[in-house]
Design a protein around this ligand. Sequence first.
Ligand code: GLY
Length: 392
Amino acid sequence: MAFSHRDHHPQRSAASHPEDVGRTLDFGEAFAFAQQQVRNLITKAPGQMPTYTEHGTWALTDDPWAPTWSGGFLTGMMWIFADRTQDPWWRQQAERYSELLEPRKADTGTHDIGFVLEPSWGRWYDLDPNPRGRDVLIEGGRTMAGRLEAPGGYLSTWVDPGSTFIDVMMNVGIIFRAAAYSDDPELHKIAVTHCHTTRRYLMRGDGSTLHEAWFDTATGEFLRSATHQGWRADSTWSRGQAWAIYGFTTAYEHTGDHSMLDTARRAADYYIGHTPDHGVPPNDWNDPSPAQPFEASAAAIAAAAMLRLAGCLSSTADADRYRDYGLRILTTLRSTEFIAADTPGWQGIIRHATYHQRNGLGIDESVMWGDYYFLEALDLAAGQTRQGGPQV
Ligand code: GLY
């Protein structure tokens, strides 16, 4: 029996068992399948960095909605493979694709600099610290920090100087890095300011998130909430929620500020409390009749975020709770309902993700960040449990 639409009602928590939906790949099989899919893509379309599939085939066209933001994810997967396999071919590909992304360090037209440069140049630097990588990350972080709207204390989106998104939390990490690498407290302060503004205006009291907040650019006054990819301005877009868990965990890792950790936990608790036991939410929890039952990329991000969050907690019981939930999502995504291993011709890794429901882009498809965070979560899970845990 496949996962059904009714399993997705927010009030229900009926468990669906991955073993009911075909087979479940083990960690090693999932890594091997992911390598095969990425190898096929970069061999057939060298240098291309697609964002989503159409009927399972990567769309090799420019993103029609946002300034291109997803190239870092494909490159980041190559770095994970290079690290895990020590295969020089993966290392060569990872370096080549990172170099293709280098010019984005100076891109003032987007708020997605962290998405582009952290999985690529950030992973390269983490594996092999070198002055060139450090300089790329510093410049990228400074470019991102240049988006500060001082009166409101936030980093603006490409939509408008008066707008910020919950997703921007995924792009403050590069500012923290740049601050640390260049010993620049002003940069650090800009990143902290954005996090506190997001915490104040984009997090609700129940731990849910807004997608977008609008401010008066002259006075900094908060004006209203809005959404692009969610159901309504007052609803909760599941991927935005997952970005919040991950982004505030990152902010805590860089600052040690417990208000960031508390925010990440509240976002995680909301996710857990509103999602069926298998761990995959719909695109928006409040949409009374979602067009699709699953937004699997939100689940992949949440899995990686929960595993990272678990690593930040000193209480074993709390850490176990988030780690177990992250592993539970991974078990679901390793079932062939989601991982495309038994879907002949499908080019992505994880199915049932959605990019932009309202604009009709990448609906019930694979998306590059869904694949990347799935792989990151596998990598984290294997790393965290190397003593007796899943083997890769
Ligand atoms: N632009 C970020 C997202 O679609 O989640």
